[in-house]
Ligand binder design. Structure first.
Ligand code: SF4
Ligand code: SF4
Length: 134
């Protein structure tokens, strides 16, 4: 007599199988993150060079200050001009001549997802309307 699927004893996966599944899902998450970073780099390049009005509108919603963590200089790869200091801060070796994409980071809130929460900037939803003085 054929045994139905339901009545078959549950097969417990071995530790090795579980570890390999965890490794695979980590690799997939990592690949997705890097793909998002690559997409972001391209998007920022286009925005900074060809969509100035959109950049101005987006920056009007940005708040906060740079904490010099340097995370934006290590998106996909570490920039060769990035200098790391003992106190955890960083500086740019070509600060005065750094490209526009560096000057403008983060352009919008999607950019924050590429630096794993290190960036101290944030974005508000709507521009704040100033009330008329009475
Ligand atoms: S050029 Fe300077 S600001 Fe731009 S990524 Fe490199 S270190 Fe960072
Ligand atoms: S990730 Fe944000 S806080 Fe960190 S260096 Fe870049 S702009 Fe500054």
């Amino acid at each position: 007599m054929k045994q139905s699927r339901k009545s078959l004893p549950k097969r417990h996966s071995s530790l090795e199988e579980r570890l390999s599944r965890a490794r695979r899902s980590r690799a997939v998450a990592d690949a997705k993150f890097r793909a998002r970073q690559a997409q972001g780099k391209l998007r920022r390049f286009v925005s900074a060079n060809f969509r100035k009005d959109e950049v101005i509108a987006s920056l009007a919603l940005r708040r906060g200050e740079c904490n010099r963590c340097g995370a934006c200089c290590e998106i996909l790869f570490k920039c060769p001009f990035l200098k790391k200091h003992k106190d955890g801060t960083t500086t740019c070796g070509i600060y005065e001549d750094r490209p526009n994409v560096c000057r403008l980071f983060p352009i919008d809130k999607r950019d924050l997802q590429e630096v794993n929460g290190s960036c101290s900037f944030y974005f508000i939803e709507k521009p704040v309307k100033l009330e008329k003085a009475s």
